[in-house]
Design a protein around this ligand. Structure first.
Ligand SMILES: [Zn+2]
Ligand SMILES: [Zn+2]
Length: 456
């Protein structure tokens, strides 16, 4: 059964958590610009007795976008992370069909995360105090997950230092479960080519095209694709490609993401891609400059922590929905999948799933990877979205602003708070998790992330 103080806290404050989530959903502030979301989250934590610090993780001349809130003292130091950035151009009402609306949208449901995880921190610290359990609860509202950088800035600043363990929850189109996959490392880089401008019709032979170099580099990388580990993803866009066709471009630039199964392999692929860029420069008589903005590590999994989290999840009362909410979900399911759910088929996840202990590679990346290297970390995902709907879509925006998502944020918060409480009752469990993390880091050797730079 859920710990009584945690249950009481949510019984009294569930509506407030849902209203807070809905407000963040309406604000829909995108990466690094979560100023009002940050202010509201800080106020929410302060109201419940947390010592709160806010700051801008990239540019101190701008309003704060990051919250660090703590309550209690001593060990264990239990960390809980939440996010709140939206996605550009995904405006959508909370309806079960596409309804384009101006502006941005919470297509990844991060508007549910800061209220869910923040409320978990509050309920946990109140339950610990009531039970006379020592320890510190630290909550972090992290900006810019979508650009895979917020937590890298925070880690560079030492914000996550001193944690004994860390937890999180993310909504998803499946039953609630530990996120057991190993998300890819991500190298985010800029490749610039410098050539020589010339009239493209009268004297092209006097020019050296930086655009040609970009195109040859991309061709090279597309051939390389077959000869790297199949878990690798390499994608690019043009940052600059010249101005007018009648000028041989003196400058052109590419934005690359290299995603690899781990950071060690990430550095190997980076070296090969650098060689391709240099080859393109050689072929075109240009020069190239490569700037690696950030090397985000993949996620380290601690199986025993995941199993422990599952035991806590089992204590959460069932997530239930009204007839109206089920009808909404059914209509959205039909609109997304082009068919009615089969008899007995789940279209709105409310179950929980046991960890498998298998840690397969996932091609996506997250800045939470850096936290998993600093402290034993276990993250839940599931609930809040209709079954099988695509992430970053109108449908996920709609669910995240509907009671389908809002109720899930409350219920998932209970799971996080309960896990924290179980840790506080017997902090010695952390020793095994820490030993596992240290073993995995030692096996990897001296491989380090590249942290992004501050603007100010
Ligand atoms: Zn997300
Ligand atoms: Zn996302």
């Amino acid at each position: 059964m859920l710990e009584q103080h945690i249950q009481n806290w949510y019984d009294q404050h569930a509506q407030e958590v849902m209203d807070f989530s809905k407000r963040l959903w309406e604000l829909a502030e995108t990466a690094l610009l979560e100023y009002e979301s940050c202010r509201l989250t800080a106020a929410f934590m302060e109201k419940y007795g947390f010592r709160v610090t806010t700051y801008n993780c990239i540019d101190s001349t701008k309003p704060a976008n990051t919250v660090v809130a703590e309550r209690g003292s001593g060990h264990p130091v239990i960390g809980i992370i939440g996010e709140y950035d939206a996605l550009p151009g995904l405006g959508q009402e909370a309806v079960p069909y596409p309804s384009p609306k101006e502006g941005n949208g919470h297509g990844c449901g991060h508007s549910l995360m800061a209220p869910s995880c923040g409320s978990a921190a509050i309920a946990l610290s109140e339950a610990m105090e009531a039970a006379g359990l020592p320890g510190t609860v630290k909550f972090f509202a992290c900006p810019a997950e979508e650009t895979v950088e917020g937590k890298m800035h925070m880690a560079r600043d030492g914000i996550f230092n001193g944690l004994d363990c860390c937890m999180a929850w993310h909504p998803k189109n499946v039953d609630l479960q530990v996120r057991e996959n190993i998300q890819n490392s991500l190298c985010n880089m800029k490749v610039e080519f410098f050539g020589k401008a010339a009239h493209a019709a009268s004297v092209p032979f006097e020019g050296r095209s930086a655009l040609d170099a970009c195109e040859l580099m991309n061709v090279g990388v597309n051939y390389l694709r077959e000869h790297v580990d199949p878990t690798t993803r390499m994608h690019y866009t043009y940052l600059a490609a010249g101005e007018k066709p009648n000028i041989v471009p003196a400058y052109a630039a590419l934005h690359y993401f290299l995603r690899t199964k781990d950071m060690k392999y990430g550095y190997e692929v980076l070296d090969r891609v650098k060689a391709v860029a240099e080859g393109a420069a050689l072929m075109t008589g240009t020069t190239c400059k490569i700037t690696v903005h950030v090397m985000v590590p993949g996620c380290i999994q601690i199986s025993s922590f995941n199993d422990f989290f599952y035991e806590a999840m089992k204590k959460v009362p069932p997530l239930t929905y009204t007839e109206e909410e089920l009808a909404f979900a059914k209509e959205m399911f039909k609109n997304v999948h082009g068919r009615e759910p089969e008899p007995g088929e789940t279209y709105l996840p409310t179950g929980i799933v046991k960890p498998t202990g298998k840690h397969v590679n996932a091609p996506v990346s997250t800045d939470a990877g850096c936290v998993t290297r600093l402290t034993p970390t276990s993250r839940l995902h599931g609930w809040g979205w209709v079954t099988g709907i695509p992430g970053h879509s109108w449908a996920t925006v709609a669910c995240s602003g509907h009671t389908i998502g809002l109720k899930a944020a409350v219920q998932a918060g209970m799971a996080v708070a309960q896990c924290g409480f179980d840790i506080a009752k017997d902090p010695s469990v952390i020793e095994e998790w820490r030993a596992d993390l240290d073993r995995q880091l030692a096996k990897e050797g001296d491989i380090r992330p590249i942290y992004p730079e501050r603007i100010h």
